[in-house]
Design a protein around this ligand. Structure first.
Ligand SMILES: N[C@@H](CCC(=O)N[C@@H](CS)C(=O)NCC(=O)O)C(=O)O
Length: 207
């Protein structure tokens, strides 16, 4: 059985969400952040890349969300929630599967800029965030999910960028993304996953 190493308030809640969507069994191991809000020695010992999530598949430690979600779907769920090269929306799927990492890079860049709103870096940040926001709105005007009419791993990966504390989630010019998030938040698997491992979830006693 897969073990999900969940770092509190982190992107690893997405893997819990995926497993709930697929109805696959898994073991959830909670790791608290330290007082400095960073991962601690127990998590750092899991994988040299030192990023959350980490999933243990029979002793093989897997890192990097996008790789993990595709791996689980293909290895354990017959490709459910993925889109293959023969489908007309294959490229859309790949695009939205990758977006979150770009958004997280932007988010860290924005944090690094602090209050600064002028200059090259601030201009680049703003232009990119505006561009992604525009494209998200366009895609979600055309269909209910990012890669088309069906919910896929592209949604599991990218919805993270539309949560309130993320860059796109903090904007007030994205009505389609807001309506989309209401659809996402109503999904029973999402509700279950967030109760277990979402930003407001409490670690089990002893974790
Ligand atoms: N591209 C990686 C990014 C993972 C990532 O940045 N995770 C954050 C948590 S959201 C992390 O590891 N932070 C280290 C820390 O908080 O100490 C992925 O998608 O798995």
């Amino acid at each position: 059985m897969l073990t999900i190493h969940h770092l509190g308030v982190s992107q690893s809640d997405r893997i819990v969400w995926l497993m709930e969507e697929l109805g696959l069994p898994y073991k959830l191991v909670w790791h608290r952040r330290g007082e400095d809000r960073l991962m601690q020695a127990d998590y750092l010992a899991l994988h040299p890349a030192a990023t959350a999530p980490v999933v243990d598949d029979d002793g093989r430690m897997l890192s990097e969300s996008t790789a993990i979600v595709e791996y689980i779907c293909h290895k354990y769920a017959g490709g459910r929630l993925t889109v293959g090269p023969g489908a007309p929306n294959y490229f859309d799927y790949l695009y939205w599967l990758q977006l979150n990492n770009n958004m997280m890079g932007l988010q860290f860049g924005r944090i690094g800029l602090g209050e600064q709103t002028d200059g090259w870096a601030a201009g680049l940040f703003q232009r990119r965030a505006d561009g992604y926001a525009r494209f998200v709105e366009q895609a979600l005007a055309a269909h209910p999910y990012l890669a088309g009419d069906e919910f896929t791993c592209a949604d599991i990966m990218s919805a993270y960028s539309f949560r309130p504390r993320a860059i796109l989630g903090a904007r007030d010019d994205m009505p389609n993304a807001r309506a989309y998030m209401a659809r996402i938040e109503a999904r029973p698997a999402y509700i279950r996953a967030m109760a277990l491992a979402g930003p407001e979830a409490q670690p089990p006693a002893g974790a």
